[in-house]
Design a protein around this ligand. Structure first.
Ligand SMILES: C[C@@]1(CC(=O)O)C2=NC(=C\c3[nH]c(c(CCC(=O)O)c3CC(=O)O)Cc3[nH]c(c(CC(=O)O)c3CCC(=O)O)/C=C3\N/C(=C\2)[C@@H](CCC(=O)O)[C@]3(C)CC(=O)O)/[C@H]1CCC(=O)O
Ligand SMILES: NC(=O)c1ccc[n+]([C@@H]2O[C@H](COP(=O)([O-])OP(=O)(O)OC[C@H]3O[C@@H](n4cnc5c(N)ncnc54)[C@H](O)[C@@H]3O)[C@@H](O)[C@H]2O)c1
Length: 271
């Protein structure tokens, strides 16, 4: 991959139980609240009640345990105590600028929706499906194009990706319980086996892995150092597979066609 510079670091920032201050309560603030709620952070929202958009007011009342609303204008540096991240969504560019400066003094990461130059990080267009998170960023160049690229990527998904990833997460943790240890030979073997399963099984088949099928896959696959087919694992554990349906249909229709041919032969012979 070429390292040309001029980009930004794409990371999945963990905010669980951190405190995020959002200043402003319009439409952009509502989008920020949605994004932050996904992370299980606590939200402090500073905005006069009369300035809240309908969507922001709804979010505040639905998530009253997660969002603390302060019905006031931003009151100064005291608002930043014990805050881990700040997002401004104001129609007041000067105030946004002041807040960014206060954050910089305290080394608190800040995003100002109206001043890209002062942002420590940008938001991006997002696709979410369970643990699957895709962010599209144009690095400040064309946010609308980011949204259009998102639609293109989304339309190429089957809808099973999120579930497949959830099941793979569960399988990986069961595998780590069975074969514990960090690094070394066992780590290498675990990674190789997991990668082979992910390569050889389709997303649809991975999504169908239930607890009995997972145990069987570990017994017949990991323990015997092989990669069983989805058919072998899902069919016998009682789960119907996308791959298994097709061959059994072929067998059934083959039997039906065979029976019809036999009957015709007998009828013709009698004549
Ligand atoms: C991706 C998305 C995520 C999100 O916000 O969650 C996002 N903007 C989205 C939409 C959007 N934003 C704007 C339009 C109108 C059309 C247009 O102007 O192009 C539309 C289209 C629409 O609304 O459909 C106007 C706009 N945007 C910024 C400014 C300030 C400025 O540029 O000075 C102005 C006012 C410009 C002016 O006054 O002229 C700035 C930023 N917007 C960013 C992100 C960051 C860069 C991300 C990147 O480049 O990839 C950055 C730098 C800061 C930040 O916000 O973090 C979200 C799509 C989500 C989705 O639909 O999936
Ligand atoms: N980043 C993006 O994607 C993007 C897209 C469109 C617009 N914008 C910019 O984002 C900003 C917010 O957009 P919006 O549509 O949500 O605006 P808006 O006018 O709907 O909301 C502004 C909010 O700020 C509150 N507010 C104003 N001064 C305040 C203060 N001192 N303290 C606390 N709250 C205060 C208002 O009460 C209101 O709730 C605008 O500057 C807009 O240009 C950014």
């Amino acid at each position: 991959m070429a390292s040309t510079g001029g980009g930004s670091l794409l990371i999945a920032w963990q905010l669980k139980d951190k405190t995020v201050l959002i200043v402003g309560g319009g439409e952009i603030a509502a989008q920020r609240i949605d994004s932050v709620l996904t992370t299980d952070a606590c939200i402090l929202l500073v905005c006069p009640s009369e300035g809240l958009s309908t969507r922001t007011a709804q979010l505040v009342s639905i998530h009253s345990t997660r969002i603390t609303h302060f019905d006031r204008l931003f009151s100064g540096r005291g608002e930043l105590t014990n805050v881990d991240m700040v997002l401004t969504a104001l129609d007041d560019n000067e105030r946004s600028r002041d807040i960014c400066e206060l954050c910089r003094e305290r080394k608190i990461p800040v995003n100002a929706a109206d001043i890209p130059d002062l942002c420590d990080f940008y938001f991006g267009a997002q696709i979410r499906d369970g643990p699957l998170q895709v962010m599209i960023s144009t690095n400040g160049n064309g946010p609308k194009l980011a949204a259009l690229v998102k639609d293109k990527i989304k339309s190429s998904f089957t809808g099973k990706e999120g579930e497949a990833i959830t099941k793979v997460g569960r399988l990986r943790s069961q595998l780590k319980e069975r074969a514990p240890g960090v690094g070394g030979a066992v780590g290498k073997k675990r990674m190789r086996w997991m990668s082979s399963i992910c390569e050889k099984w389709s997303m649809d088949d991975l999504a169908m892995l239930d607890e009995p099928a997972m145990s069987k896959l570990l017994e017949e696959g990991w323990e015997k150092n092989r990669v069983p087919s989805p058919k072998e694992i899902l069919e016998t554990s009682g789960t119907t597979t996308s791959m298994a349906i097709a061959p059994s249909h072929i067998v059934i229709s083959g039997v039906v066609v065979g029976a019809i041919c036999m009957a015709l032969t007998l009828v013709l012979k009698r004549r």
